[in-house]
Design a protein around this ligand. Structure first.
Ligand code: B12
Ligand code: SF4
Ligand code: SF4
Length: 349
């Protein structure tokens, strides 16, 4: 393990662990979450049934899962970054893009590096069966991470640790090697419930229970179609993802910075304004988000999100430039966008 750990570090992973494949005790929770309809329109969450909790059924022969953590806080972020982010959220004309999405698309970064890690393990041990995953496959990533000591599960459901907070991505290598397991860590949330209380849309409906349909991350990234009217005002100026439940978490004062330059903030996302982003043409959206996770949502959802945030700014500040920009985009807008523009304009008489 020591050699593997060193190689993982060289590749930008801050921690690795090894989990067992017996996730039976997580199955009732997964099924209950689906039965409540908490997944909303993320049909892929229900599609593979219990394969998500059964690594050996997803990739036959799997007996262990190597789990990996990669920190994503942009390296240049100053001390007190949580305060800066909360201040940005209080400025209606500013645009808030989730911290994880201000640099390069993590799917590409993690996948390639996990594959290199697997190749290096193969060079040492000889050929072995394996498959790498990050985010996009039916894998219970947080469950595997917490079982293998990457962190405990916060009340917001994410994995977090005393040394690194929660601002990290997870990735896995399914292997057919009976590697020794690493131990889980104790939970340290105690009586804190700051993440539950701060959530703008009350999406954390209980400890470790997120109703995705209310989560701003889901609404701005995963959800196609109209954003439910009652959730538009609480979205504030969040146009891609949401970090509030992590910003407020006391353990994130120990969040570690990214070691890879891939997660450096792109200039356009350093201090964006809603009007600045609204002025982008479709071609500009595609150009400026090339290689970024933001591109995945496409220009239609991007502009839908911006229209909601502009409506919130219009209500809060009444800057005529906002109403003019909304009005100017109304002609030729899709039905979906037009409905959001009309809602935005109606926020102030
Ligand atoms: C679907 C998904 C979402 C959904 C749903 C989130 C959720 N909590 O389930 C949405 C779009 C809302 C989302 C948002 C975010 N996500 Co997300 N997401 C995923 C994904 C693809 C699957 C998660 C999953 O399996 N959910 C299903 C539910 C059942 O799992 P669970 O919440 O962990 O529930 C367990 C228990 O709490 C319990 N339970 C839960 N609900 C209920 C209900 C009842 C009634 C019962 C009895 C039990 C129960 O049972 C479950 C099994 O043990 C993973 C990647 C992956 N493949 O794992 C990334 C992942 C979890 N997301 C990630 C990130 C970074 C985020 C955001 C921070 C992004 C952002 N800044 O906008 C937010 C955080 C929101 C939050 N508080 O969760 C990271 C988390 C890294 C970490 N440190 O843990 C992951 C691991 C991606 C990655 N590879 O890095 N995400
Ligand atoms: S990401 Fe935002 S909306 Fe989603 S649970 Fe956390 S605080 Fe709530
Ligand atoms: S904010 Fe508090 S309850 Fe939520 S994850 Fe952090 S320590 Fe746990």
């Amino acid at each position: 393990m020591a050699g593997l750990r060193r190689e993982a570090r060289e590749l930008g992973f801050s921690q690795i662990g090894v989990a067992d494949v017996d996730l039976r005790s997580a199955e009732p929770g997964l099924l209950a979450w689906l039965a409540q309809g908490f997944h909303g329109s993320m049909h892929y969450m229900a599609l593979h049934g219990l394969k998500r909790a059964r690594p050996g059924e997803l990739v036959p022969g799997t007996v262990r899962v190597i789990t990996a953590r990669m920190d994503y806080l942009p390296a240049a972020l100053p001390e007190g970054w949580q305060t800066i982010e909360f201040e940005r959220l209080r400025r209606p004309e500013a645009a808030t893009v989730s911290l994880y999405a201000r640099g390069r698309d993590y799917h590409k970064v993690l996948r390639a590096r996990l594959q290199t890690l697997a190749d290096r393990l193969g060079e040492r041990l000889g050929p072995f069966g394996h498959r790498v995953f990050t985010d996009s496959a039916p894998v219970l990533e947080v469950e595997l991470a917490s079982r293998s000591g990457i962190g405990w599960r916060g009340k917001h459901t994410l994995a977090l640790s005393r040394e690194a907070g929660s601002m990290f991505f997870l990735g896995e290598i399914y292997v057919d090697l009976a590697l020794p397991l690493t131990e889980p860590v104790d939970a340290h949330c105690g009586s804190c419930r700051a993440c539950i209380d701060v959530c703008p849309t009350q999406a954390i409906v209980g400890e470790r229970r997120v109703d995705a349909r209310r989560c701003i991350s889901y609404l701005t990234i995963e959800h196609d179609g109209p954003i439910p009217a009652e959730l538009r005002a609480p979205m504030g100026n969040r146009i891609y993802g949401c970090d509030d439940c992590q910003l407020v978490c006391p353990w994130n004062k120990y969040a570690t910075r990214a070691v890879l330059p891939d997660f450096d903030t792109r200039e356009v996302f350093d201090a964006p304004t809603l009007l600045g982003l609204w002025a982008w043409s479709e071609a500009e959206f595609l150009k400026r988000t090339e290689g970024s996770a933001i591109r995945r949502i496409g220009p239609a959802r991007w502009r839908r999100n911006l229209a909601v945030a502009l409506g919130n700014a219009w209500r809060e500040q009444g800057d005529p430039a906002v109403a003019q920009a909304l009005q100017a985009a109304r002609y030729g807008a899709s039905e979906l966008l037009r409905e959001h523009i009309d809602w935005a304009l109606a926020q102030r008489a």
